[in-house]
Write a protein that binds this ligand. Structure first.
Ligand code: EPU
Length: 429
């Protein structure tokens, strides 16, 4: 297995191009199952999760092609993928495939909406919490799907098609909103989704669905209204920039010091996180195509943070922010409200010399003057990258094991950081 080795101490200076968002690309790819025409997606990141989802959807009979690289494009320029779900021969997603990636469960929505039948394995637990799918199933049932759970599979049927309905989510769920949105586009009549997720990835999906002929209003607010149509058509759509990758590099430069321009991204996608970083001592300014983040000389201040659905501080940046707070002056309280077990990075950060105390859903991080390199590993994507951020300032050498977690969600991570001055390299295993 590959490892990443970092020698801490170098500041970050230069420019990092931000990739297309994994968490937008995945539902957009799944939306291609709603039509027999071709959906062309640009700015798709080169990530293990994208390849896994392509494999799962190919099993259904989906055809896909990936456009070759054009002259002048680097390996970090997003790829263009064409997806055609014309001859779907199977509407079953087996356990072996769904268990590798939770988001693949979302295929249940387009399959039952378009074909009247879907059998998808329950995704099971994962490292960051139990992550049930009860609300996704509730949404499909509200649209008239008959639901059975048998042998670990969710079987959704609607032989006469789905019909519009009212879906009130008792808590904000990104996956639930994606599923409800996709299913409702082909349902007969009007659907209202209340307490919908307002994440930019939901808006990106809705914009693509509208290009495909769907009738959707209110995406980006907590009430989305969908007028069902009888069929959707093909379209061409570029995946939005990755706000979590953007925030991760912003925290990396706040930690290491230096001056980074993050290109092809948007500050309004992560304003809450940028506000917190500014309070912590980073200087942040918009550029014509992204964000400039600097920290020169001044120290990092402790700031308290609570994760929340968008537009709040994202749970997917909590681990990275905790890494930053390990070096702050003072103690910061970090409260995780989205997932019940998203603190696995705490014990690994402690191996680097961090002082962190856990109490229920809160972590109290007491800043220390220095971290020391050590071998570490993590069990999920965002936790792994928090160790990279800590490694950037840890004295000596930090080796991060289980790099496949990083490859699921960060495109060309070590190349992007190395070009800006970090001493970071991949050791092939
Ligand atoms: N929940 C339920 N029942 C459900 C669905 C969700 O109780 O049926 C709970 C979850 O257990 C969690 C909360 O609701 O406590 C929110 O979960 P949500 O459904 O919003 O999460 P998700 O759709 O499974 C997406 C991202 C996550 C991100 C969360 C929250 C993708 C592919 N995944 O997950 O991203 O943390 O939204 O913003 O979009 C990551 O990229 O590392 C990652 C974990």
């Amino acid at each position: 297995m590959d490892r990443i080795r970092i020698r801490g101490g170098a500041p970050l200076n230069g420019l990092i191009p931000i990739s297309g968002a994994k968490n937008a690309a995945l539902p957009l790819m799944i939306a291609s199952l709603l039509t027999e025409d071709t959906l062309e997606l640009g700015n798709v990141p080169r990530l293990a999760d994208i390849s896994s989802l392509l494999r799962i959807m190919s099993n259904f009979g989906l055809d896909h092609s990936i456009a070759g690289r054009r002259p002048g494009q680097s390996s970090e320029t997003g790829q263009t993928i064409r997806l055609t779900a014309k001859s779907i021969i199977d509407t079953c997603a087996p356990y072996e495939l769904v268990s590798t990636m939770r988001a693949s469960f979302w295929v249940i929505a387009p399959l039952v909406a378009r074909f009247g039948h879907a059998k998808v394995s329950m995704p099971g637990g994962c490292a960051i919490g139990t992550r049930p799918v009860d609300l996704l199933i509730m949404a499909l049932a509200r649209l008239g799907a008959a639901i059975e759970i048998e042998g670990g599979y969710v079987i959704a049927t609607a032989p006469k098609g789905l019909r519009g309905g009212e879906i009130d989510f008792p808590k904000v769920t990104v996956g639930g909103t994606h599923v409800a949105l996709m299913a409702a586009t082909l349902a007969q009549g009007t659907t209202v989704i209340r307490n919908a997720a307002r994440e930019p990835e939901v808006v990106d999906l809705a914009e693509c669905l509208v290009k495909m002929g769907a009738r959707i209003t209110g995406a980006g607010t907590s009430e989305i209204v969908i007028e069902g149509v009888s069929s959707l058509n093909g379209a061409s759509h570029d995946v939005m920039p990755d706000r979590i990758e953007t925030g991760t590099y912003a925290m990396a430069v706040a930690m290491a010091g230096g001056d980074l321009v993050l290109e092809n991204t948007r500050p309004d996608y992560l304003q809450a996180a940028l506000d917190v970083l500014a309070q912590a001592g980073a200087e942040i300014s918009p550029t014509h195509s992204g964000i400039r983040v600097r920290r020169n000389g001044n120290g990092i201040q402790a700031v308290d943070v609570t994760t929340d659905p968008f537009p709040g501080f994202p749970t997917d940046l909590q681990a990275q922010f905790m890494a930053l707070m390990t070096r702050a002056s003072g103690t910061s309280r970090i409260r995780e409200t989205i997932f019940e077990n998203r603190f696995m990075h705490v014990q690994e950060l402690a191996r680097l010399g961090a002082h962190i105390r856990l109490d229920g859903d809160c972590a109290y991080v007491e800043g220390v003057p220095g971290l020391k390199g050590a071998p570490v590993m993590a069990t999920d994507l965002r936790a792994s990258v928090s160790l990279v951020i800590a490694g950037l300032v840890a004295e000596g050498e930090t080796t991060i094991n289980r790099v496949y977690h990083l490859d699921r969600g960060f495109e060309a991570l070590e190349a992007k950081l190395a070009r800006c001055g970090a001493e970071i390299e991949r050791l092939r295993g």
